[in-house]
Design a protein around this ligand. Structure first.
Ligand code: MSP
Length: 530
């Protein structure tokens, strides 16, 4: 078992700015990473940007700036997105960095020396405008290449190829022996079908005359490596992998302690990139089967059932949403309205409702009412009676609720845990209506006084536990709740403030003074919102 929990996202193309679908993937990884930190695990969360390639070279040319400059500007937007959404990663991958290039070259050289990479000639129809070879897939119904391809010529080109197909049987066997190589399971089946159809090898180079914005091949300076050996290698190059050491066991302990990773990717890059190329690349450089990463494949956010794309112009900007509704509300919406693995339709009205209904009215209101009552009826002090019925009733409720929430995080399906937390908040709002603490405060009997204390205590203590359990999704609100409860103030603002160890029922001590209520989610009026 690795000593660290290692989680990655895809790395993002730097030819355009992030949209809400990308934001979702980063937040999902962040939530899972925060959950593991909450369990007390050491976490290594890697995300970053994919800076080389044809698309970037073309976009930079269009913008009239050198690719390096272009990439720098777009990279900053991805960094800003992480900050804006409270995504707390441990390492940031940039594929133009020397550290990365060194690992890519080291791996390519080794595979070349071992005869796994060879040079070959390809000939076929080539689109000068699109700078790519065309296959029969690109032919129109009339059998011709359409005008979008511009001038077509017959070309011969030499390139380097990686012996992909010789690892096909290994990959089939690996997938058959490991049921959870890919989650959800239907994606593993989809991958297996694709593996059965592998026929050729993988072209891994482009002549510099065609593409020079890439990593030069160590054994031929006229070529750069094309896409996958560059991009996929980031998962190990930024984690401490040393390409000069050929066996897995000889790798530095920094790397061995964290590998293998849980890799979060979208459904579009499972086949062939991660499910075929990446697993085979790792196998080819000597990673044993038990060191294969697990692939967690998520679905896509669509808009009105259609794919979001820059060319269609239906991109939803996550910066605008975070500005309008706050990062917590956006994170909450992105985790609540999709089930990991499935697609969902984006709706700004539902972001607003996540903010106003689930957060302001339910959770925020519960905190506000509870603190107001403690301040008004008990001078801000808690009184605990651990032998009271209310105390033990609510304790046993938490014995049921807490595992439902943690199991949801543990299985990377966050929406079901949030549904439970929503029900819990509604339960306590109802408890307030049922117990009517304002009437108990007016009554002069000892029983009424005791019940008032008991009810206010379980409310405050439950809010403390809710804050811990929701902290992976709502880090700001969790801190806000702790601040207002006046709990763990010495760790204010720090993630270590939250831990499962601290989620034990009954930790708020007798006589504890809570703070002043401040609305966590000030309501957003509809006209201002959508
Ligand atoms: N750079 C490659 C991946 C290389 S990984 C070694 C790439 N980049 S990307 O920027 O186009 O996409 C990055 C991730 O964002 C992918 O996992 C992709 O599935 C995800 N998403 C892109 N659009 C999305 C939605 N509309 N919804 C959810 N995720 C989306 O591919």
């Amino acid at each position: 078992m690795p000593k660290e929990f290692f989680i990655t996202t895809a790395i993002y193309y730097t030819n355009s700015s992030p949209h809400v679908g990308h934001a979702y993937e980063m937040v999902l990884a962040d939530v899972i990473a925060r959950y593991h930190r909450l369990k007390g695990e050491k976490v290594f969360f890697l995300t970053g940007v994919d800076q080389h390639g044809q698309k970037v070279q073309q976009s930079a040319a269009k913008a009239g700036v050198p690719p390096a400059e272009f990439v720098k500007e777009i990279t900053q937007k991805w960094v800003d997105l992480g900050k804006k959404l409270d995504v707390k990663y441990d390492e940031w991958a940039e594929t133009t960095s020397d550290r990365h290039k060194k690992v890519v070259r080291g791996i390519l050289q080794r595979l070349f020396d071992e005869g796994q990479i060879y040079k070959d000639k390809q000939s076929g129809y080539y689109s000068v405008r699109q700078e790519q070879f065309l296959t029969d897939k690109e032919r129109g119904p009339d059998g011709q290449f359409g005008p979008e391809w511009g001038e077509i010529e017959f070309r011969e080109e030499e390139n380097y190829y990686f012996k992909l197909s010789q690892h096909r049987d290994w990959l089939l066997e690996y997938l058959d022996n490991r049921a959870d190589a890919v989650i959800p399971n239907f994606r593993q089946k989809e991958l297996r079908n694709a593996v059965e159809r592998i026929s050729g090898d993988l072209c891994i180079s482009r002549p510099k005359s065609r593409l020079d914005w890439g990593i030069e091949l160590p054994f031929d300076k006229d070529f750069v490596t094309y896409v996958w050996f560059d991009a996929l290698t980031n998962y190990i190059s930024f984690a401490g992998y040393d390409p000069s050491l050929s066996t897995f066991n000889s790798q530095p302990s920094t790397f061995r302690d964290r590998w293998p990773a849980l890799q979060i990717i979208g459904k579009d890059i499972l086949v062939p990139a991660h499910g075929i190329y990446w697993l085979i690349m790792l196998h080819a450089i000597g990673f044993p089967d038990k060191q294969m990463p697990q692939l967690l494949v998520h679905g896509w956010w669509n808009l009105g059932g259609a794919k979001m794309s820059k060319s269609v112009g239906n991109i939803v900007d996550p910066f605008v949403l975070a500005e309008k509704y706050g990062s917590d509300a956006l994170r909450y919406y992105l985790m609540r309205d999709i089930t990991t693995g499935k697609d969902a339709d984006f709706s700004e009205e539902r972001v607003l409702s996540a903010h106003n209904d689930a957060l302001a009215n339910s959770l925020g209101n519960l905190l506000n009412r509870t603190l107001q009552m403690i301040s008004r009826f008990c001078d801000g002090a808690l009184h605990v009676n651990k032998t009271s019925k209310v105390f033990s009733d609510i304790q046993s409720k938490w014995v049921q609720w807490a595992p439902l929430i943690t199991e949801s995080y543990q299985s990377n399906v966050v929406d079901s845990g949030l549904t439970v937390l929503h029900i819990v908040a509604a339960f306590f709002n109802r408890l307030i209506e049922d117990k009517r603490p304002w009437d108990l405060a007016k009554a002069s009997t000892t029983e009424a006084r005791e019940e008032l204390f008991d009810v206010l205590y379980v409310l405050a203590e439950s809010l403390r536990i809710i804050a811990i359990l929701i902290s992976p999704v709502l880090p700001k609100a969790a801190h806000g709740t702790f601040d207002q409860l006046n709990w763990k103030m010495e760790l204010s603002g720090k993630e270590e403030r939250f831990s499962f160890g601290d989620a034990e029922w009954g930790r708020l001590p007798d006589g504890h003074l809570v703070g002043k209520p401040v609305p966590l989610f000030p309501r957003i009026e509809v006209d201002e919102g959508v």
